[in-house]
Design a protein around this ligand. Structure first.
Ligand SMILES: [Zn+2]
Ligand SMILES: [Zn+2]
Length: 354
């Protein structure tokens, strides 16, 4: 395949709201690197923060990335079109998705098998909302034949949900999923597949709660409505006990406090949502006397979460294509796509380069 000299890319050029379409040189694969022709991208919550340039973006972008200007986006899939010296993991023509957190390989956590939470974690040199992207060869994950590019571009966030559910057994148990964004919806599907007996899902969007219901939730609760008491509803729906497993995925401080309240004694709390402000808990009641187990979930467990995700999708045990509710052209419609993402009236939003 002939690779052009220039490509279109959606670039976060400066601080402040928005992004712009630019023409940039197509990078070349150096040692250990792979050039990928992007076939499908997805929008993540962090991309929305960066697009909006809210306080999270202002505080974190310089620290987490190499600063601006930078091509937006990190969730994607594509076709390998160039491999640098020393890359053996993939070859030209392979269909791939990729891990976006890059471990250093040298720190204590990397040396003790916890590279997913490396102390010096890095990201791709540049984002993926472009026609081509350069990534390290070791981060590539080949897609199973039955996983198309659109599903492939959801593998990275799906694997976060897989990481979370892998912490806890759910067979015959009651499960509450707080926050029905894409990771919450993936979690509902996974909980169902793992044998949860009763699944509650809460959110402030009826659109998302409808998706949660279709994904397998038994009871959906709109926490934004004054006549809905999420804690009471979960307790009543579990014979007064509370949910045995709670996934806190909303990152909302009030919802997180409620998540601890509705957790059953000796239950397990799995936290993936990032609270935007400090969280105050009654640690005695909510954790100590409850004898609660709490897990924090950061990204994917590399590469176990990816392997599990690929086999769940390839075998058909879990289906996620129906959660991709909207598709937009990456270069012509990205603004429309971000406006929809901000409203929250969507499952996963895909951006397609062609
Ligand atoms: Zn993401
Ligand atoms: Zn490290």
């Amino acid at each position: 395949m002939r690779i052009p000299e220039t490509m279109r890319a959606v670039v976060k050029a400066r601080e402040g709201r928005g992004a712009e379409l630019q023409t940039l040189p197509v990078p070349e694969a150096g040692p250990g690197e792979v050039l990928v022709r992007v076939r499908s991208c997805a929008i993540c919550g962090t991309d929305v923060h960066i697009y909006q340039w809210n306080s999270w973006a202002a505080a974190n972008v310089a620290k987490a990335y190499s600063g601006l200007p930078r091509i937006l986006g990190h969730e994607f899939s594509g076709e390998v079109v160039g491999v640098g010296e020393g890359v053996t993991r993939v070859k030209i023509g392979d269909r791939i998705a990729a891990e976006t957190h890059l471990p250093c390989g040298d720190c204590y956590l990397c040396r003790t098998g916890k590279g997913f939470n490396c102390q010096n974690i890095r990201r791709f040199k540049n984002g993926v909302y472009a026609e081509y992207v350069l990534i390290p060869g070791f981060s590539c994950e080949k897609l199973p034949d039955s996983v198309n590019y659109e599903i492939g571009s959801m593998l990275e966030p799906f694997s976060v949900a897989v990481h979370g559910v892998g912490k806890v057994g759910m067979v015959g148990d009651s499960v509450a999923v707080i926050g029905a964004g894409p990771i919450g919806l993936f979690t509902v599907k996974l909980a169902r597949a793992m044998g949860a007996a009763k699944i509650f899902a809460s959110d402030v969007s009826d659109y998302r709660l409808d998706l949660a219901k279709k994904a397998g939730a038994d009871v959906v609760l709109n926490a934004g409505r004054s006549d809905v008491d999420v804690v009471k509803a979960v307790r009543e729906g579990t014979g007064g006990l509370g949910a045995g497993v709670v996934f806190e995925i909303s990152g909302n401080v009030k919802a997180t406090k409620q998540a601890f309240e509705l957790l059953r004694k000796c239950g397990t709390m799995v936290m993936t949502g990032l609270p935007s402000e400090p969280l105050v808990l009654d640690a005695g009641t909510d954790i100590v006397w409850k004898a609660a187990t709490i897990y924090g979930i950061h990204g994917r467990e590399t590469f176990a979460s990816w392997e599990i995700s690929k086999s769940l999708l390839a075998s058909g045990v879990v289906e996620i294509e129906s959660l991709a509710t909207h598709r937009f052209n990456l270069f012509a419609e990205y603004e429309k796509a971000f406006e929809l993402a901000e409203k929250g009236l969507a499952g996963k939003i895909l951006l397609l380069p062609e």
